[in-house]
Design a protein around this ligand. Structure first.
Ligand SMILES: [Zn+2]
Length: 216
């Protein structure tokens, strides 16, 4: 009898610790730990359950000295109602090493799902410093921007229009364009890619690893 009640108490303490740890983690990182596939049109998170400030204003250098501005950081839409409509390495983004990207759209009416009305022509911001390479009406990227420096390159596809010109240097948080549906796209969204220069070539990265860098 005494032994079994001791086991119950230990169980309760373990459960409480587990719950508290889980709460602490979920408060810190909205997109953290997510690696699985998300179907087209399926909302990932970024609103409802997430802290309102989780994805807002995070496209800023994070205090890593002069080089911080060169490293992609934060959400290119800089909006708390961002929804990931297609994840990294799935669907048209597979295989990840070739087509690795995430698709981002906005939830304009607060139902937790992306909608075209809230997404069309919304601003897109550079997530790091670099030089713009601008391509109009390309395939599959449509109106496309690369922001490139010696270490990193980010891609912004399917844009409705540009807010920068070819060859222009941009800094983190600079407005570069507007969300559209040009190129291989069935509705307005931003296809966002991150690449790192490693061993003499561009290597595709999971953008979520860079969007997570909120409080570091
Ligand atoms: Zn895409």
């Amino acid at each position: 009898m005494r032994q079994s009640s001791t086991i119950v108490i230990i169980g309760i303490i373990a459960l409480a610790a587990f719950v508290l740890l889980g709460m602490a983690n979920s408060d810190r990182r909205v997109l953290s730990g997510w690696r699985g596939p998300v179907g087209a049109g399926e909302a990932l998170v970024a609103n409802a359950a997430a802290p309102a400030n989780a994805l807002v204003g995070v496209a800023q250098p994070q205090g890593r000295g002069l080089d911080a501005a060169l490293v992609p950081s934060g959400n290119p839409l800089r909006a708390a109602n961002t929804v990931i409509t297609q994840g990294y390495g799935v669907g048209t983004h597979a295989p990840a090493s070739v087509w690795g990207a995430i698709d981002l759209a906005l939830d304009g009416d607060g139902d937790g799902k992306a909608d075209p009305e809230g997404t069309w022509n919304q601003p897109v911001y550079a997530t790091h410093a670099g030089r713009v390479t601008l391509t109009r009406d390309s395939w599959p990227g449509g109106n496309h921007i690369w922001v490139t420096n010696d270490q990193y390159r980010t891609g912004y596809a399917h844009l409705a229009g540009f807010a920068v010109s070819d060859g222009q240097w941009v800094n983190p948080g600079d407005l570069i364009g507007y969300i559209g549906s040009t190129g291989m796209s069935s509705g307005p969204h931003l296809d966002y890619q991150v690449w790192v220069w490693r061993d003499g070539q561009w290597v595709n990265q999971n953008p979520l690893d860079y969007m997570q860098r909120i409080n570091e």
